[in-house]
Design a protein around this ligand. Structure first.
Ligand SMILES: Cc1cc2nc3c(=O)[nH]c(=O)nc-3n(C[C@H](O)[C@H](O)[C@H](O)COP(=O)(O)O)c2cc1C
Length: 201
């Protein structure tokens, strides 16, 4: 396991509310790589998420090798294709259309992929990892970086072949793959419905 040095406290660059409202799923990046120090800051923000029973059940893989990212994208597309074929749901059809586009890259050519793994099984492990994921994405946004969760990659990352290739212990589960990079352009906001309050007593 790679032990990072203690990350420096990030300087405040955006309020929490600004980061929440400015974060976007970014799907177009410049080829610029991100400094190791910045990545460590994002990981440090991730591990400051709340965690049930203070278990801190996460581990992180940082992948910047272009060849590896291209091969992982191809594997992910293949798995999505196989899983979506035979299903007539609109969601499966949309996924199939996407992965069948010859130029579609599941990581949108981002230079960095961070995968959050759950180290073991447990009732709140998945929740903890997603809370860490959101912390990481908001911290990235505050630093002017773009991110996008890549659910398409989860299935491939959890195959024995990819775990072996990335030297991920078999008991760990890939939960949140997140690309990080310098946005190539501005991403317009995706509107949200108003919160549906079913009860307020
Ligand atoms: C669990 C999860 C999986 C996602 N998987 C993908 C994905 O595989 N590819 C992609 O382009 N976006 C993916 N997204 C991003 C969503 O499409 C995006 O968050 C949503 O459209 C809202 O846009 P916004 O994040 O810019 O507000 C995923 C988001 C989540 C939370």
């Amino acid at each position: 396991m790679i032990k990072p040095p203690k990350a420096a406290k990030p300087e405040v660059s955006m309020s929490a509310m600004d980061a929440i409202y400015h974060r976007r799923a970014v799907r177009d990046y410049t080829p610029q790589t991100i400094d190791q120090a910045v990545i460590r800051t994002l990981l440090d923000a991730a591990v400051h998420a709340p965690t049930a029973m203070h278990e801190e059940p996460w581990s992180f893989a940082v992948i910047q090798d272009k060849n590896l990212l291209n091969r992982l994208s191809d594997s992910a597309k293949e798995r999505v294709r196989n899983e979506a074929q035979g299903s007539d749901s609109p969601h499966a059809k949309h996924s199939l259309d996407l992965v069948n586009e010859p130029d579609f890259h599941v990581f949108y050519n981002a230079a960095t992929l961070i995968v959050i793994y759950g180290k073991f099984q447990g009732p709140f492990v998945v929740a903890d990892c997603w809370l860490a994921a959101e912390n990481l994405m908001l911290a990235a946004c505050a630093k002017g970086l773009g991110t996008c969760v890549i659910g398409f990659a989860v299935s491939a990352l959890n195959t024995p072949e990819w775990k072996a290739e990335l030297k991920i212990p078999a008991e760990m589960t890939a939960i949140a793959p997140i690309i990080v990079g310098v946005p190539a352009r501005e991403t317009p906001p995706v509107p949200r419905k108003l919160p549906e309050i079913i009860i307020w007593k």
